[in-house]
Design a protein around this ligand. Sequence first.
Ligand SMILES: Cc1cc2nc3c(=O)[nH]c(=O)nc-3n(C[C@H](O)[C@H](O)[C@H](O)COP(=O)(O)OP(=O)(O)OC[C@H]3O[C@@H](n4cnc5c(N)ncnc54)[C@H](O)[C@@H]3O)c2cc1C
Length: 469
Amino acid sequence: MNLVWLRTDLRLFDNPALYLACQTGQGTRVVYCATPQQWQEHHEAPAKLGLRSQLLTNIQQRLHQLGISFEVIRADRFNDLPELIFEYCQKHQISDLWFNSEIPHNERLRDQQITQHLHTADIVCHPCENEFIVPQAQLRTQQGGVYKVFTPWYRLWLNRLAQHPVELFPEPAAQGAPIASPTHPIELPGSDTYRHDLWPGTESAAFECLQKFCNERLHHYIERRDFPGIHGTSILSPYLASGAISPRHCVQLIQETHAHYGTDWLEDPWLRELAWREFYRYLMLNFPSLSRDQPFKPETRFLLWEDNAQLVEAWKLGKTGFPIIDAAMRQLHQTGWMHNRLRMLTASFFTKLLLEDWHIGESYFMSQLIDGDFPSNNGGWQWSASTGCDASPWFRVFNPVRQSEKFDSDGSFIRKFVPELGELDSKSIHNPPEKLRKCLGYPQPIIDYKDARERVLTRFENLKAMNLT
Ligand SMILES: Cc1cc2nc3c(=O)[nH]c(=O)nc-3n(C[C@H](O)[C@H](O)[C@H](O)COP(=O)(O)OP(=O)(O)OC[C@H]3O[C@@H](n4cnc5c(N)ncnc54)[C@H](O)[C@@H]3O)c2cc1C
């Protein structure tokens, strides 16, 4: 009998571990492990757990229709799992455990411990490769080293992808007579309601979202992707982060869409974004210190951060007095999601202008994001703080007002999320005059941009002068 352990791969289609286990023809059961204390330590957001609960409820029903038993195992932390999985295996005469490997350090350690524990009882573990569109082992420099810069890595990635088109695993076939499903939905500990209207919790909804994006918006992606007021990106990240859809599946749809228009799929700018996701995974796998709060550039450990709880709180609440920053933070609270340009702006504001430690911003984002994804979030924060691999140069400090004028020129995005500024014209909305702010009950700017910019440049120059590299 096989046991498949689902994690951040909450789908039936293109799920290597599930498909390969079912193909053995020896009977398959499926489990998911809830570890609420561990999730708390990893700052998993209630909205993200809410989406996961719905996806699991849907998976349970579909597996039961295929005659595959499904259960949620409850523990507190990863450390509790070897014993619990072992007991489950004993109880159900499991001979083989199948799972899709994950990237971060704690998850890899957990899998090592379980593999060792089960080995003593002759239970065979089958870790499957699921995280990468292009197997990461194929991506080495000419000297056999690990890439630290995106562009040459991406060139090789494209080259490999062109040579070996993606292969998807079909949904497993029925394994027996349908099983009756419990009538109550699965509710993971720590989960909360979330915007079902934006992300319905089923695999088919994830697929529809992908299909609709490719049919209607893929070809305009490059012109529209930077404008938060326009529905220009895919908003697939919550589904990718929970595994309701696989990145390989996205690549297949990109290929099909370009085949339809007779254009070159390898030139697709959306493909490049999926590659960024993969690059951060590649880095986290090859540089385990990234999973342990370390900056990619070790010398940046000596950067002196401010520690101003009041300013951090104003940033979290969306009350900085910079309308585009506040609109972005309020979008995060109201939807659990934030547009990429705004993630860059709010993270840059936090690390460069407030000069607050990027770790605080990173964990706050995780605690709120419905698409919280450790490698992408860590990569995005380190990029913004200029502590990361291939990071934005340290002297690049976004001006929130200029960025607002450029990427939300008519102020429509600000109006949506900062309604107290709703009546302002499209010029003054980016930086309302002092008197108007008072009348409207909108805060004065919490920092002076010019002074804050000077301060951060001096900090980085001092670090450079320490000659630590
Ligand atoms: C500070 C910061 C924190 C971030 N935290 C996360 C996070 O926790 N989870 C997350 O999925 N993304 C994160 N990102 C990356 C990016 O902002 C989101 O993936 C994107 O906004 C999701 O919207 P979308 O699905 O419409 O993206 P699209 O533009 O449609 O892109 C398609 C997919 O490609 C991937 N992707 C796109 N841009 C990036 C990128 N820069 N880095 C990594 N992957 C990317 C995502 O999976 C995304 O769903 C972060 C970026 C920054 C700057």
